[in-house]
Write a protein that binds this ligand. Sequence first.
Ligand SMILES: [Fe+2]
Length: 196
Amino acid sequence: MTTNDLSSLHPRLSRFVEDCLSAIDAGAAPAAQVDAIAPLMLDLLAGDRHFLSEANRTPNPDHYARNPIYFADRGVMSLFALVWLPGQWTPVHDHGTWGVVGIVDGILEERSFMTQGHAIISDAGIELHRGGVVLLTDGAVTSFVPNPDHIHETGVPAKRKMAVSLHLYGRELNDYHAYDIERGTRKMINIPQYRS
Ligand SMILES: [Fe+2]
């Protein structure tokens, strides 16, 4: 369920959201926003992790589940629980905003993509190369800023177990660029609630 009602959240989660909103209200640059919010996410995950509802933790057999938790007024922030069954991945994508990601259960894999120095100025002629891989274990926190694009794919390989992760973005994230590596193109797509 899409919500901006803090009272419907577990007390630890609503406190986390309030603290994030206070950090956002400070109006700092994206890098400073993630500097402020990443430790809040770390503290949230360091305690009892039973703060997600059953709906938040529900997987989908057809694709990874993107379960909304909280949408702030004015679109300044959105928070989702993503549930990854083994073998479920995002497309290669960017975000158009900053974000902070924390792992509740399992291991989330992030594979990065980057240009070799050229700026992406149109939706074609984009030459992306694989960067490194990051394995985020439960309790881990990562973040990104659009500097310029932070392009990656995330998911769980078929040989690993289900993962659950928290994704907080600096806007109401309902669209992003999806990249076609072989064709060197990208396309802005609407993201249904189940994709991130
Ligand atoms: Fe992402």
